[in-house]
Write a protein that binds this ligand. Structure first.
Ligand code: NAD
Length: 454
């Protein structure tokens, strides 16, 4: 399997893809490894996760370079991701014991009633490339912690990073048969779907997620899907500072080149501040430095996948044909690599693909609205339900709007953010199940009820 550097389009490494026999052997080993791993006391497992986090920080520079080389993520953002993901490890240190240890519910009437949280067994973690640390940790660290063995399939666009995860987990003390890396694309993912595993935890696109859920349904094992979004942001006319709102909105749209599941994908602005907002927004985007992702200061690197350039360019074409105006960017950049200049479009509406389909790239449509009701209806006009944001000077007014939206996460005066303290969950086509928070700690367990009489 060729590992391509998206900044140059050239192959940086070749990895051997796992064959069907290798996949089967690894899964058999995981089944044995899980029995050993679950026998390790919970406190020790928590300590091993901590040690893993320490090792990651010791190797920060090297790991960031690897991430940048295979995904094109600007080096500063690669470091931010790796450092930021440590908050999952802090969360585990703080809360895991409390939520995974046996709970005594009552001892009344001479019967002690308890709940034990047992691991599922061997679970598949089929993952995405855009934030491999964040989305990977959400699943595999928490799953390991609960005593599961993990069949981890990194995305084919983040496989070098996936192999590093395994190396450092083993160095931290995870038994080698408790965490395996499966190298390859959809074909290797398919082999995991055919295997006899105890749970499927997927992060990726709606199309693949739906396919996986259907394919493994008859196994009757837990399936969790963290999928895409078309996340809206509405800027009310009472924001304290229109320029600052525009700067924050632009960052929410273009950080990591817009390749975030919770990136701002469409913006609605109250007509009273629309012109001022759009001017400030374009001004901000025009300061973004595009170029070599290895250079400090680069904000826009290449897209990770060559194919996604065509998705963005076709959204621009479709929108222009239907009357949109391109105020900034939207063109190929440089003579090599998968670069697009960040695109800002106005005069957009919901008849355009740009406002309805996940872009997952450096493009945004900004639409003028008359009032909160119109904003609400447009925000709600989507098959997705991951996040939604409102910027406003009035918390109550903002909350009245966001509480009616069927999304797993809502933001007031912030966006494009994830906290390990809170559940990360999508509604509608954005997925099902929960990672993070105490619910995410328990997501990789099955409860067992004990009725004990002395
Ligand atoms: P993708 O669906 O193309 O691939 C995801 C993973 O599935 C990869 O490892 C891939 O090899 C594997 N895969 C593909 N076909 C398969 C098959 N038939 N059987 C088994 N496995 C298969 O998604 P992607 O391009 O890696 O990620 C981008 C998508 O992920 C976006 O839609 C984004 O919004 C979403 N995402 C969601 C979250 C979240 O937390 N909700 C986080 C990150 C990314």
């Amino acid at each position: 399997m060729d590992i391509i550097n998206p900044a140059t389009g050239s192959t940086i490494e070749k990895l051997k893809q796992d064959t069907a026999v290798e996949v089967s052997n690894k899964i058999n080993a995981l089944k044995e490894g899980q029995k050993k791993w679950v026998a390790v006391p919970l406190e020790k497992r928590i300590a091993i996760v901590k040690k893993y986090g320490d090792l990651v920080m010791e190797h920060l520079e090297e790991l960031a370079k690897i991430l940048t080389s295979e995904t094109g993520k600007p080096i500063q953002q690669a470091k931010n991701e790796i450092k930021g993901a440590q908050n999952r490890i802090d969360h585990i240190q703080k809360d895991a014991l409390k939520w995974l240890q046996k709970e005594i519910i009552t001892e009344e009437g001479g019967t002690r009633e308890e709940i034990a949280f047992e691991p599922l067994g061997v679970i598949a973690n089929i993952s995405a490339w855009n934030f491999p640390y964040n989305v990977g940790y959400n699943v595999f660290l928490y799953a390991l912690l609960a005593g599961n063995a993990v069949a981890y399939k990194p995305s084919e666009f983040a496989s070098l990073t996936g192999l590093k995860f395994r190396e450092l987990l083993l160095e931290a003390g995870i038994p080698k048969d408790a965490f395996e890396c499966f190298i390859g694309g959809a074909e290797v993912g398919e082999l995991l779907l055919e295997a006899d595993l105890d749970g499927y935890f997927f992060t990726g696109s709606y199309k693949t997620g739906k396919y996986i859920a259907e394919k493994v349904a008859s196994k009757l094992v837990p399936v969790q899907l963290e999928l895409g979004g078309k996340d809206p942001l509405y800027v009310m006319e009472d924001v304290a500072d229109v320029k600052q709102a525009a700067i924050n909105a632009a960052e929410g749209a273009f950080y990591n080149n817009g390749q975030s599941c919770c990136a701002v994908e469409r913006v609605y602005v109250h007509e009273k501040i629309y012109d001022e907002f759009v001017t400030a927004f374009v001004e901000e985007v025009s300061t973004y430095k595009i170029g070599d992702p290895n250079q400090e200061g680069t904000f826009i690197g290449p897209l990770t996948r060559a194919d996604q350039m065509n998705v963005i360019l076709s959204q621009i074409e479709d929108a222009k044909n239907k009357g949109a105006e391109v105020l900034y960017g939207g063109e190929k950049w440089g003579d090599k690599g998968y670069y697009l200049t960040p695109a800002v479009l106005t005069n957009v509406d919901h008849g355009m693909n740009l406002m309805m389909e996940e872009s997952f790239g450096p493009i945004i449509g900004i639409q003028k609205v008359k009032n909160d009701q119109e904003a609400f209806e447009l925000m709600n006009d989507t098959t997705y339900g991951l996040t939604a944001a409102v910027f406003s000077g009035d918390e109550l007014r903002a909350k009245q709007l966001v509480e009616k939206l069927p999304t797993g996460t809502v933001y007031v005066n912030c966006c494009d953010r994830v906290s390990p303290n809170l559940p990360w969950t999508g509604r509608k086509n954005s997925g099902m199940g929960v990672t993070l928070s105490y619910m995410g700690i328990r997501a990789f367990t099955q409860p067992k009820a004990y009725h004990i009489r002395g």
